[in-house]
Design a protein around this ligand. Structure first.
Ligand code: SAM
Length: 472
């Protein structure tokens, strides 16, 4: 029944295989000989399969668990250095015909304020996001074929790319909208999107159907097979994720990796990113109602085990998490974070009155983008606003090849410095600017090629004189 090459959800995410994996992991969670063998394999930095990674996740030995976290930190460093890519979500519309029981946009919620941005309002939001310093957005929308048809999404993307305010520009638009047809994915690819992101929510079919009782999202197979349709439609980069808290985390973890293995087996390229959202309080949603919430310790371990299992896949954390939690898990696997986010429709231009909220969930990290950038740099991370790979056509398998050969660092590091410099020139507060200039000077020395270092220096000077948008 289990077949990673199959295009049928029930075969590439076989429930039987997930359950056998969990039994195998439980049986071997104290098998230090096997755990050592898996760790040895992981040290070759070629990843692990879902069974091996599940054993690490189940391992209960404190010393081995420390080794797992340390290895994840090391792999993160080797593949991503100290760069953290920055982005912000942009909510276009919260009209939705689905009945997702964890999401306040569900159709039966009559007191949330429903809103859909007009093109003028999108221009306003994008201008506000550019004025913060953002270059990369993830657009979000509820599923409503009448209110938010694909034409609306496409027009929104065109509008976003067209806004050029002062030195600002949105250079990459990622898209998080409901599962759709190959034809629509082709239209999104033609519109020049970056990553197509779709969270599975849960891989457990039975729970999935209960959690999505009504609306088109109820169809488990259609949702689970969406990434195959997206790739068939010409989208090179897809982003996976589950909403932790809905189902047993070990089930989700094994199935998530099986999904990644499936994409690699069928399309020759795994997911570009994996997101790890946890369920949050929202308008009429109480997260305590769901009994599978996970502690910060387990959350950290999940992130570490994903990092070890799929070293080439970026990992994203949003402002659903607090600053403390983000700080903790950044080191063991995260490569992209959002900053200064609003989850309301139109929230970047106007704060919403208390009794007229349209937001999707409560944000835990409420700092401004400048504060997040400053905080990252003080932890010796380089906030990167880089979008070069996608714009140079380094997507899908071409990106993965570079990444697997660890070549990506030869251009990512200087690109991160160049885009940080743009941020410092155009948007940073005084303190952030001082901290950033020092960081850039220090990090220039970490460019190994003398030629690239010299070119980077020259381009940094050009940015000080008003030049923009340089990239390797
Ligand atoms: N409507 C699209 C879909 O069905 O995939 C777009 C997704 S929605 C705007 C973005 C994501 O937010 C969802 O996929 C879900 O995982 C997450 N989400 C929904 N309710 C949430 C909550 N209460 N707390 C945290 N995340 C939530």
């Amino acid at each position: 029944m289990y077949n990673p090459r199959s295009l049928r959800a029930e075969e590439f995410i076989s429930d039987e295989e997930v359950r056998e994996t969990l039994e195998y992991a439980e049986k071997n969670k104290d098998n230090t000989e096997l755990i050592d063998r898996i760790l040895e394999k992981a040290k070759q930095r070629k990843g692990l399969d879902h069974r091996e990674a599940s054993v690490l996740l189940a391992c209960s030995d404190k010393k081995k668990n420390r080794e797992i976290i340390e290895l994840a930190c090391q792999i993160k460093k080797d593949f991503y250095g100290n760069r953290i890519v920055m982005f912000a979500p942009l909510y276009l519309s919260n009209y939705c015909v689905n009945g997702c029981v964890y999401c306040p946009y569900h159709l039966k919620n009559k007191h949330i304020r429903r809103k859909k941005l007009s093109m003028d309002e999108i221009r306003g939001e994008v201008t506000a996001l550019q004025d913060m310093g953002h270059k990369r957005l993830a657009i979000e929308s509820g599923e409503d074929p009448e209110m938010n048809p694909i034409e609306y999404i496409l027009e929104s993307i065109r509008t976003i790319y067209s806004v050029k305010h002062k030195n600002g520009a949105i250079r990459r638009v990622n898209v998080n909208i409901a599962a759709t047809t190959v034809e629509n994915y082709r239209k999104l690819a033609d519109a020049g999107i970056g990553t197509y992101i779709l969270f599975q929510e849960t891989y457990n079919r039975e729970s999935y159907e209960k959690l999505h009782p009504t609306g088109p999202k109820h169809n488990y197979a259609y949702h689970t097979e969406a990434m195959d349709r997206a790739m068939e439609g010409g989208i090179d980069d897809v982003g996976l994720g589950v909403l932790f808290g809905l189902e047993l985390y070990r089930y989700e973890f094994a199935a998530l990796l099986m999904h990644a293995e499936h994409l690699e087996a069928v399309h020759g390229v795994g997911p570009h990113t994996i997101s790890v959202p946890r369920i949050k309080k929202a308008d009429d949603i109480d997260p305590a109602v769901f009994d599978n919430g996970i502690s910060d310790d387990i959350f950290e371990k999940i992130v570490a085990c994903i990092r070890i299992a799929v070293p080439y896949t970026g990992m994203i954390i949003s402002t659903r998490e607090t600053a403390e939690c983000r700080e903790r898990i950044l080191r063991c696997g995260i490569s992209q974070i959002s900053g200064g986010s609003k989850t309301s429709v139109g929230g970047y231009c106007e704060p919403e009155p208390e009794d007229e909220k349209s937001e999707q969930f409560d944000v835990s990290d409420t700092r401004t983008l400048d504060e997040v950038v400053n905080w990252l740099m003080k932890m010796d991370c380089i906030p990167s606003f880089c979008t070069a790979c996608y714009r140079e056509g380094r997507t899908g398998d071409r990106f993965m090849e570079l990444c697997k050969n660890q070549q990506i660092q030869n251009c990512c590091h200087p690109n991160a410095l160049l885009t940080l410099k743009e941020y410092l020139e155009d948007y940073a507060s005084e303190d952030t600017k001082i901290t950033g200039e020092k960081l850039i000077e220090k990090e220039l020395l970490n460019i190994t090629s003398e030629k690239v270092r010299e070119t980077t220096r020259n381009r940094l000077s050009e940015i000080s004189r008003g030049g923009r948008d340089f990239r390797f």
